[in-house]
Design a binder for this molecule. Structure first.
Ligand code: GRF
Length: 199
């Protein structure tokens, strides 16, 4: 077996800046996972986006990860986009699909076809949905954090894989609070992926 074929394959889905994707690629891509029981390593075989203007396209390409663009606006229905997305992702034979700021809701066909995970900027089940950082910040929650979870048909509701929390400071602004969340995200997503695929 070649080193490459012994690697677990990951496809990342993203829609925006791709900072989480970049952190994952830098931490995991083709690195030998010392002490791992179930893999020699992890290869990010492709990054797929629904947004032709996503800043993450350049980030992935700079790190030598091939990018596929499937503009959802070019499809007449959610189902037809989902079908094309499934066929595109399948062509890379991933062991795991990693959603990193992918701003499309996927249908049951997708969740039944792939093992997929997502990162969410709150301590789920608190603050599901697209405004999680703002809602966490405005809430009275003393402890806030980040969750990595399995993707199921129900938005932000799959089983938790890893969570990390922090105690909020009264001095935090939305900006400093967001920076804390992002820095946790960039650490725990790679850890969670490694745990799932290799430990
Ligand atoms: C992250 O905050 C993630 O939690 C959420 O979308 C954001 C993506 O940011 N699901 P980036 O594209 O990784 O910079």
């Amino acid at each position: 077996m070649s080193e490459q074929s012994a690697m677990k394959k990951v496809v990342i889905l993203f829609s925006g800046e791709g900072h989480n994707m970049e952190a994952i690629i830098k931490k995991l891509h083709k690195k030998v996972q010392e002490g791992a029981k179930n893999c020699h390593g992890i290869a990010i075989v492709a990054a797929v986006t629904n947004n032709p203007d996503a800043g993450g396209i350049k980030r992935a390409q700079t790190l030598d990860v091939p990018v596929a663009v499937l503009d959802h606006k070019a499809f007449e229905s959610r189902e037809s986009f989902d079908r094309e997305l499934i066929s595109c992702v399948k062509s890379y034979h991933p062991d795991l699909v990693v959603m990193a700021g992918f701003m499309r809701i996927v249908g049951p066909q997708f969740t039944q076809t792939f093992r997929a995970v997502n990162i969410h900027p709150s301590l789920l089940p608190r603050h599901k949905g697209a405004k999680a950082i703002e809602q966490s910040f405005q809430s009275g929650d003393r402890v806030c954090g980040v969750s990595v979870h399995h993707v199921t048909e129900e938005l932000d509701s799959g089983a938790i894989i890893l969570q990390e929390s922090f105690e909020r400071s009264g001095e935090d602004t939305l900006e400093s609070f967001t920076a804390k969340i992002k820095s946790i995200e960039h650490e725990i997503y790679a850890k969670a992926i490694k745990k799932l695929l290799c430990d």
